[in-house]
Design a protein around this ligand. Structure first.
Ligand code: UDP
Length: 332
């Protein structure tokens, strides 16, 4: 009996695969390697001293994906595969809708055919759109501001309809806040191609001299220091949330949704200052205009996940900054 991790060679999927292996689960990874490479699989095996079964394929191809279910006894699926760049999704909406929706439908149709009923979906805090208040609870109104976010919300709705039609499915939708950090081994982490969109990879690129200066998008927000506030969570804490989510649907029937964040808001300047302090490196920055579409503050109420999943993030902002930098230094 194996867990299929769709998108398991990616930043978050690789950390989840490690936690699964550490929990003595058999792991099958499917990944297109569009945003990753096979070294990640080797590193997962080196870190855990266990083997994973790896398929390099694009899940758009239903026949190839079905072969994975034919060849293995898949008991549950953690689904993180998909395109994920917010800005790019605005420029290429058709690619985003086609890719993210079709691979998910292929996966669910095949699961139904093979009577595989446990599904954990990687959703995002982006489904809360522009929340009116913080901290954000799971029952807040949902809306989106870009095609990437809309694919996440559409998939959540598809999952609800699927469950309503067939309540033998057991589903958890996890809404991630801002995952950063890396595995403490320094062997896997986030290393995006090209110019990063997100704050932490931008910070590490400036710290390593790859980019000259960090543009801080706005210092006139109504926040503690004027810069934007987000809920950064260590990727290993986030990965552990998936193990708890699987345990939940091994035990209980139903469809569930949980925020996964640290439950705390940190400003851009707090993150930059902490990064500089714990790593003893300089991050050049300057203030620029606000980024269109950004909100002042976004952080989670995580009490539902704490209570129902018996999960609690344990890593500090210092840990996140140290581990992110350790991975970049190690991969140079
Ligand atoms: N941010 C920034 N400069 C950058 C990238 C991000 O000042 O180069 C800020 C952004 O305005 C937000 C925070 O950092 O307040 C986190 O942005 P990110 O894109 O990582 O996450 P999201 O906004 O999607 O939560």
């Amino acid at each position: 009996m194996a867990v299929l991790v769709a998108g398991g060679a990616g930043y978050i999927g690789s950390h989840i695969s490690i936690e699964l292996l550490n929990n003595n689960k058999e792991v099958v990874i499917v990944d297109s390697l569009m945003n990753s490479n096979e070294d990640v699989i080797k590193n997962i095996e080196n870190i855990t001293n266990k083997k994973v079964k790896f398929y390099s394929l694009n899940m758009i191809n239903e026949d190839e994906l079905e072969k994975v279910f034919k060849d293995n006894n898949i008991e549950s699926v953690i689904h993180l595969a998909g395109l994920k760049a917010v800005g790019e999704s605005v420029k290429k909406p058709l690619e985003y809708y086609y890719n993210n929706l079709v691979i998910t439908l292929n996966l669910l149709r095949i699961m139904k055919k093979y009577n595989c009923n446990k599904f954990v979906f990687s959703s995002s805090a982006t489904v809360y759109g522009q929340p009116k208040t913080v901290p954000i609870k799971e029952d807040f109104p949902l809306s989106t501001t870009n095609p990437y976010g809309t694919t996440k919300l559409m998939i959540e709705r598809i999952l609800k309809d699927l469950y309503n039609s067939d309540n033998s499915f057991r589903i958890v939708m996890l809404r991630y806040f801002n995952p950063i950090g890396a595995h403490e081994s320094g062997l896997i982490g986030e290393n995006p191609n090209g110019i990063p969109n997100n704050l932490m990879p931008y910070i590490t690129s400036v710290a390593s001299g790859k980019l000259e200066v960090l543009n801080i998008f706005g210092n006139d927000y109504n926040t503690k220091d004027g810069t934007g506030v987000r809920d950064y969570i260590h990727v290993v804490d986030l990965a552990k949330g998936h193990i708890k989510a699987l345990e939940k649907i091994e035990k209980d029937d139903g469809i569930f949704v949980y925020n996964l964040g640290s439950g705390r808001g940190y400003s851009v300047l707090e993150l930059v200052n902490t990064f500089e302090k714990v790593n003893n490196v300089k991050v050049n920055y300057k203030f620029t205009d606000r980024r269109p579409g950004d909100i002042a503050e976004c952080y989670a109420d995580i009490s539902k996940a704490e209570k129902e999943l018996n999960w609690k993030p344990t890593k500090t902002l210092e840990d996140m900054c140290r581990d992110s930098w350790n991975f970049i230094k190690n991969s140079k």
